[in-house]
Design a protein around this ligand. Structure first.
Ligand code: FPP
Length: 249
Protein backbone atom coordinates (compact mmCIF):
# COMPACT_ATOMS: atom_id res chain seq x y z
CA UNK A 1 0.00 0.00 0.00
CA UNK A 2 1.40 3.43 -0.90
CA UNK A 3 1.88 6.08 1.78
CA UNK A 4 -0.91 8.14 0.25
CA UNK A 5 -3.33 5.21 0.57
CA UNK A 6 -2.41 4.78 4.23
CA UNK A 7 -3.44 8.34 5.10
CA UNK A 8 -6.87 8.68 6.69
CA UNK A 9 -8.45 11.52 4.69
CA UNK A 10 -11.11 12.01 7.36
CA UNK A 11 -8.41 13.05 9.88
CA UNK A 12 -6.26 15.45 7.91
CA UNK A 13 -4.74 18.52 9.56
CA UNK A 14 -6.67 21.56 8.31
CA UNK A 15 -3.56 23.70 8.33
CA UNK A 16 0.08 22.70 7.82
CA UNK A 17 2.88 25.24 8.31
CA UNK A 18 6.37 24.60 6.95
CA UNK A 19 9.82 26.04 7.66
CA UNK A 20 11.65 25.39 4.40
CA UNK A 21 15.24 25.11 5.59
CA UNK A 22 18.53 23.84 4.19
CA UNK A 23 18.73 25.45 0.75
CA UNK A 24 22.18 26.90 1.42
CA UNK A 25 23.64 23.66 2.78
CA UNK A 26 22.16 21.68 -0.11
CA UNK A 27 23.88 23.99 -2.60
CA UNK A 28 27.16 23.94 -0.66
CA UNK A 29 27.18 20.12 -0.67
CA UNK A 30 27.06 20.32 -4.46
CA UNK A 31 29.78 22.96 -4.66
CA UNK A 32 27.26 25.54 -5.90
CA UNK A 33 26.24 29.03 -4.76
CA UNK A 34 23.53 29.34 -2.09
CA UNK A 35 21.22 30.92 -4.64
CA UNK A 36 21.19 27.64 -6.57
CA UNK A 37 19.74 26.02 -3.46
CA UNK A 38 16.92 28.59 -3.31
CA UNK A 39 16.21 28.12 -7.03
CA UNK A 40 16.06 24.36 -6.59
CA UNK A 41 13.78 24.82 -3.57
CA UNK A 42 11.10 26.20 -5.87
CA UNK A 43 10.52 22.67 -7.28
CA UNK A 44 9.93 21.45 -3.71
CA UNK A 45 7.44 24.28 -3.16
CA UNK A 46 5.50 23.31 -6.28
CA UNK A 47 5.49 19.59 -5.52
CA UNK A 48 4.45 20.15 -1.88
CA UNK A 49 1.65 22.54 -2.83
CA UNK A 50 0.35 20.09 -5.45
CA UNK A 51 0.60 17.24 -2.93
CA UNK A 52 -1.33 19.25 -0.32
CA UNK A 53 -4.07 20.05 -2.84
CA UNK A 54 -4.28 16.41 -3.96
CA UNK A 55 -4.71 15.32 -0.35
CA UNK A 56 -7.26 18.04 0.44
CA UNK A 57 -5.36 20.20 2.95
CA UNK A 58 -7.23 23.53 3.02
CA UNK A 59 -4.45 25.74 4.47
CA UNK A 60 -0.71 25.63 3.84
CA UNK A 61 1.71 28.27 5.14
CA UNK A 62 5.34 28.52 4.02
CA UNK A 63 8.10 30.52 5.71
CA UNK A 64 9.63 32.01 2.56
CA UNK A 65 11.58 34.97 4.02
CA UNK A 66 11.98 35.93 7.66
CA UNK A 67 12.51 39.44 8.98
CA UNK A 68 15.95 38.22 10.10
CA UNK A 69 16.79 37.14 6.51
CA UNK A 70 17.29 40.84 5.62
CA UNK A 71 20.64 40.50 7.44
CA UNK A 72 21.99 38.07 4.82
CA UNK A 73 24.53 39.25 2.21
CA UNK A 74 22.97 41.87 -0.08
CA UNK A 75 23.39 39.70 -3.17
CA UNK A 76 21.53 36.76 -1.62
CA UNK A 77 18.67 39.02 -0.47
CA UNK A 78 18.46 40.52 -3.95
CA UNK A 79 18.46 37.06 -5.57
CA UNK A 80 15.76 35.81 -3.18
CA UNK A 81 13.52 38.80 -3.98
CA UNK A 82 14.02 38.26 -7.72
CA UNK A 83 13.24 34.57 -7.26
CA UNK A 84 10.07 35.41 -5.35
CA UNK A 85 8.86 37.75 -8.08
CA UNK A 86 9.66 35.35 -10.93
CA UNK A 87 8.30 32.28 -9.10
CA UNK A 88 5.02 33.93 -8.10
CA UNK A 89 4.63 35.18 -11.66
CA UNK A 90 5.47 31.83 -13.32
CA UNK A 91 3.52 29.74 -10.83
CA UNK A 92 0.28 31.75 -11.08
CA UNK A 93 -0.83 29.32 -13.81
CA UNK A 94 -0.15 26.28 -11.58
CA UNK A 95 -1.99 27.97 -8.69
CA UNK A 96 -5.02 28.56 -10.93
CA UNK A 97 -4.94 24.96 -12.25
CA UNK A 98 -4.88 23.63 -8.69
CA UNK A 99 -7.49 26.04 -7.30
CA UNK A 100 -5.00 27.61 -4.89
CA UNK A 101 -5.62 31.02 -3.35
CA UNK A 102 -2.42 32.96 -2.61
CA UNK A 103 -2.11 34.96 0.60
CA UNK A 104 0.84 36.73 2.25
CA UNK A 105 1.65 37.66 5.84
CA UNK A 106 4.49 39.67 7.33
CA UNK A 107 5.85 43.18 7.09
CA UNK A 108 4.93 43.32 3.41
CA UNK A 109 5.59 47.07 3.17
CA UNK A 110 9.30 46.35 3.61
CA UNK A 111 9.44 44.27 0.40
CA UNK A 112 10.71 45.81 -2.85
CA UNK A 113 7.88 47.47 -4.86
CA UNK A 114 8.14 44.93 -7.72
CA UNK A 115 7.62 42.15 -5.23
CA UNK A 116 4.58 43.85 -3.68
CA UNK A 117 3.15 44.45 -7.17
CA UNK A 118 3.53 40.80 -8.24
CA UNK A 119 2.13 39.56 -4.94
CA UNK A 120 -0.93 41.80 -5.21
CA UNK A 121 -1.52 40.76 -8.81
CA UNK A 122 -1.41 37.03 -8.05
CA UNK A 123 -3.37 37.41 -4.80
CA UNK A 124 -6.11 39.19 -6.75
CA UNK A 125 -6.11 36.70 -9.61
CA UNK A 126 -6.20 33.63 -7.35
CA UNK A 127 -8.78 35.08 -4.92
CA UNK A 128 -11.52 33.15 -6.78
CA UNK A 129 -9.90 29.80 -5.83
CA UNK A 130 -11.05 27.73 -2.89
CA UNK A 131 -9.23 24.36 -2.80
CA UNK A 132 -6.36 25.56 -0.65
CA UNK A 133 -5.10 28.85 0.79
CA UNK A 134 -1.34 29.10 0.35
CA UNK A 135 0.08 31.72 2.70
CA UNK A 136 3.62 32.95 2.16
CA UNK A 137 5.27 34.38 5.28
CA UNK A 138 7.43 37.18 3.87
CA UNK A 139 9.59 39.57 5.85
CA UNK A 140 7.80 37.81 8.67
CA UNK A 141 8.61 37.78 12.37
CA UNK A 142 6.18 36.40 14.91
CA UNK A 143 7.32 38.82 17.62
CA UNK A 144 6.74 41.68 15.17
CA UNK A 145 3.26 40.35 14.41
CA UNK A 146 2.37 40.00 18.12
CA UNK A 147 3.74 43.48 18.86
CA UNK A 148 1.62 44.93 16.02
CA UNK A 149 -1.47 43.22 17.42
CA UNK A 150 -0.77 44.60 20.91
CA UNK A 151 -0.24 48.10 19.48
CA UNK A 152 -3.49 48.04 17.53
CA UNK A 153 -5.41 46.97 20.66
CA UNK A 154 -3.70 49.67 22.74
CA UNK A 155 -4.73 52.29 20.17
CA UNK A 156 -8.35 51.16 20.30
CA UNK A 157 -8.30 51.32 24.10
CA UNK A 158 -6.75 54.81 23.96
CA UNK A 159 -9.45 55.97 21.57
CA UNK A 160 -12.18 54.52 23.78
CA UNK A 161 -13.24 51.90 21.22
CA UNK A 162 -12.30 48.96 23.40
CA UNK A 163 -12.34 48.13 27.11
CA UNK A 164 -9.17 46.37 28.42
CA UNK A 165 -11.48 43.82 30.10
CA UNK A 166 -12.86 42.87 26.67
CA UNK A 167 -9.46 41.76 25.38
CA UNK A 168 -9.55 37.99 25.32
CA UNK A 169 -7.76 35.39 23.17
CA UNK A 170 -10.28 35.72 20.33
CA UNK A 171 -9.95 39.51 20.24
CA UNK A 172 -6.16 39.25 20.29
CA UNK A 173 -6.19 36.64 17.54
CA UNK A 174 -8.36 38.87 15.36
CA UNK A 175 -5.48 41.39 15.24
CA UNK A 176 -2.90 38.87 14.00
CA UNK A 177 -2.13 38.62 10.28
CA UNK A 178 -3.51 35.07 10.29
CA UNK A 179 -6.99 36.21 11.45
CA UNK A 180 -9.60 33.94 9.89
CA UNK A 181 -7.13 31.11 9.29
CA UNK A 182 -7.25 28.13 11.69
CA UNK A 183 -4.12 27.48 13.75
CA UNK A 184 -1.69 25.00 12.16
CA UNK A 185 -2.22 21.51 13.50
CA UNK A 186 1.13 20.41 12.11
CA UNK A 187 4.40 22.28 11.66
CA UNK A 188 7.14 20.72 9.54
CA UNK A 189 10.76 21.88 9.57
CA UNK A 190 13.32 20.48 7.18
CA UNK A 191 17.13 20.25 7.43
CA UNK A 192 17.43 18.66 10.88
CA UNK A 193 17.18 21.90 12.85
CA UNK A 194 14.97 21.76 15.95
CA UNK A 195 13.84 25.37 16.28
CA UNK A 196 10.73 27.49 15.71
CA UNK A 197 12.75 30.54 14.56
CA UNK A 198 10.21 33.26 15.33
CA UNK A 199 7.53 31.55 13.21
CA UNK A 200 3.82 31.67 14.13
CA UNK A 201 4.59 31.61 17.87
CA UNK A 202 1.00 32.31 18.93
CA UNK A 203 -0.56 30.04 16.28
CA UNK A 204 1.69 27.04 16.96
CA UNK A 205 0.62 26.78 20.62
CA UNK A 206 -0.97 23.32 20.17
CA UNK A 207 0.65 22.21 16.89
CA UNK A 208 2.34 18.89 16.43
CA UNK A 209 5.96 19.47 15.44
CA UNK A 210 7.65 17.31 12.81
CA UNK A 211 11.35 17.56 12.04
CA UNK A 212 13.04 15.85 9.10
CA UNK A 213 16.75 15.79 8.24
CA UNK A 214 15.93 16.24 4.53
CA UNK A 215 17.18 19.53 3.11
CA UNK A 216 14.38 21.59 1.54
CA UNK A 217 15.43 21.14 -2.14
CA UNK A 218 15.19 17.34 -1.63
CA UNK A 219 11.73 17.56 -0.04
CA UNK A 220 8.89 16.18 -2.19
CA UNK A 221 5.19 15.42 -1.75
CA UNK A 222 6.04 11.89 -0.48
CA UNK A 223 7.95 13.52 2.40
CA UNK A 224 4.91 15.72 3.05
CA UNK A 225 2.68 12.63 3.09
CA UNK A 226 5.09 10.96 5.51
CA UNK A 227 4.74 13.92 7.89
CA UNK A 228 0.93 13.73 7.66
CA UNK A 229 1.05 9.97 8.31
CA UNK A 230 3.25 10.57 11.37
CA UNK A 231 0.84 13.29 12.57
CA UNK A 232 -2.06 10.83 12.37
CA UNK A 233 -0.24 8.40 14.66
CA UNK A 234 0.00 11.00 17.42
CA UNK A 235 -2.47 11.55 20.25
CA UNK A 236 -3.48 15.20 20.58
CA UNK A 237 -4.61 15.74 24.16
CA UNK A 238 -4.88 19.56 24.45
CA UNK A 239 -4.05 19.33 28.18
CA UNK A 240 -6.47 16.46 28.87
CA UNK A 241 -5.52 12.91 29.89
CA UNK A 242 -5.68 9.88 27.55
CA UNK A 243 -8.45 8.44 29.77
CA UNK A 244 -10.58 11.57 29.32
CA UNK A 245 -10.17 11.37 25.56
CA UNK A 246 -10.77 7.61 25.28
CA UNK A 247 -12.93 6.60 28.30
CA UNK A 248 -13.79 3.17 26.83
CA UNK A 249 -10.18 1.96 26.63
C1 FPP B 1 16.04 28.61 4.07
O1 FPP B 1 17.23 27.94 3.67
C2 FPP B 1 15.27 29.09 2.93
C3 FPP B 1 15.01 30.39 2.64
C4 FPP B 1 15.49 31.50 3.46
C5 FPP B 1 14.25 30.79 1.43
C6 FPP B 1 13.17 29.89 0.96
C7 FPP B 1 12.82 30.24 -0.44
C8 FPP B 1 12.51 29.36 -1.42
C9 FPP B 1 12.38 27.92 -1.23
C10 FPP B 1 12.31 29.84 -2.82
C11 FPP B 1 11.09 30.60 -3.18
C12 FPP B 1 9.85 30.23 -2.50
C13 FPP B 1 8.59 30.63 -2.82
C14 FPP B 1 7.50 30.27 -1.92
C15 FPP B 1 8.25 31.39 -4.01
P1 FPP B 1 18.65 28.51 4.14
O2 FPP B 1 19.14 29.44 3.10
O3 FPP B 1 18.52 29.12 5.50
O4 FPP B 1 19.51 27.21 4.18
P2 FPP B 1 20.76 26.92 5.16
O5 FPP B 1 20.20 26.82 6.55
O6 FPP B 1 21.26 25.60 4.66
O7 FPP B 1 21.74 28.02 5.00
Amino acid sequence: MSLLEQIDVSRLPRHVAIIMDGNGRWAKEKGKLRVFGHQSGVLSVRDTVEGAVKLGIPFLTLYAFSAENWNRPKLEVYALMELLVSTISKETKTLMENGVKLNAIGNLKSLPPRCIKQLNETIKKTSVNSNCTLTLALSYSSRWEITQAARSLALDVKEGKLEPADIDEDVFESRLSTAGIPDPELMIRTSGEYRISNYLLWQLAYSELYFTPKLWPDFRREDFYEAIFDFQKRERRFGKTSEQLYPNF
